[in-house]
Design a protein around this ligand. Sequence first.
Ligand code: NDP
Length: 298
Amino acid sequence: MTDATAPKLIDGRELAQAVRDEVRAAINDWTDEGHRPPFLSAVLVGDNAASEAYVRGKEKDAAEVGIDTNTHHLDADTSQSALLDLVHNLNADPSVDGLLVQLPLPDHIDEQTVIDAVDPSKDVDGFHPENLGRLLRGTPRYIPATPYGIMEMLSRSNVDTEGMDAVVVGRSNIVGKPLANLLLRRTANATVTVCHSRTRDLAAHTRRADLLVAAAGQAAFIDGDMVTEGAVVIDVGINRVEDASTERGYRLVGDVDFDDVRPKAARITPVPGGVGLMTRAMLLKNTLQAARLRAEGS
Ligand code: NDP
C-alpha cells in the first residue's frame, strides 16, 4: 500500500542524509561512552574508475559521521595470495571493526575465495556465506547495503509492502537475491517474483508489480509500457552512457527510463540521487554495528 499524500519522488539524498545524521548521533553517544570511533578498512585492487569513485564516496561519508577509515590500494597485478594475506592481517587486526574488499576484482582473482576469507564478524558488506545464511534464516548480522538501503527507503517513505506483488529484476548475490529475501520476511510480507535474463516475457511480470525493483544493469530498459499505473518503482541500476555534452564524456542512468515511467509510478527513485546514496549510508550503519559487535566480543 502506498501513502497517497507522499511526494512521488523518493529522494535518496534526503533519506541518506537522515540516516547519516542518525549514525553520527549514535557514534557520538558511542564515543561519549568511552569507546574509540568505529574503524572501516577498505581494500581496492587495480584502478577501476567506478570502484575508486565508490571508495572515495564511502571515505567521505565515513568522515562525516565520525568513522575512521583506511583504504589499501593494491596494484591491478596483485596476486590472489598477496590479497588474501592482507585480508587475513586485517581480520586479525583488533583496531579494524569493518572490512570490505571493493568488487569487482581483476579477472585473475577469484572473488568468491576473497569474500569467503573476510572474517564474517567484520564483513560489513554482508557478502560472506555465513552472513547470507543468517539473512536467509531471518537472523541477519549484516544486511548487504543495497538491499538494506532499499528496505529503508521504502519504510521511510511509508510504503507498506504487506501483501504487495513485488517483482525484482536481477538475481545477483549482492542485490536481487538478498532483497527478495528481505521482502519475503514476515516484517515485509510481500509476494516476491525474481526475474533474470532467461525470464520469458519479462514485461508480463513487471506489469503486475505493485513494487518493481530494477537491478539488471541495463540502461533505461524498463519503459512505461512495462509498468502498471500506481506502482512503486525502485531503480538500482547505475549505467554509464556516453554523453559528449558532459565534461566526463558520460552520464549515469538507471535501469528505468525515468521520464517514461514517472507519470505512471506512484513513487519512484531517481538515478543519480536514489538507491546509490542509501547504499553508502547503510554501510555506515553496518560499520557502527561492527564496532558494537567487536566491543561485545562476538
Ligand atoms: P549483476 O550483473 O551481478 O546481475 C544482473 C542481474 O540482472 C542478473 O541476474 C541478470 O540475469 C539480470 N539481467 C541482466 N539483463 C537482464 C535483462 N535484459 N532482463 C532481465 N534480467 C536481466 O549486477 P548487480 O546485481 O551487481 O547490479 C545490477 C545493477 O545495479 C548494475 O547497474 C549495478 O551497477 C547496480 N548497482 C547499484 C548499486 C547501488 O548502490 N545503487 C549497488 C550495486 C549494484 P542473469 O542472472 O540471468 O545473468
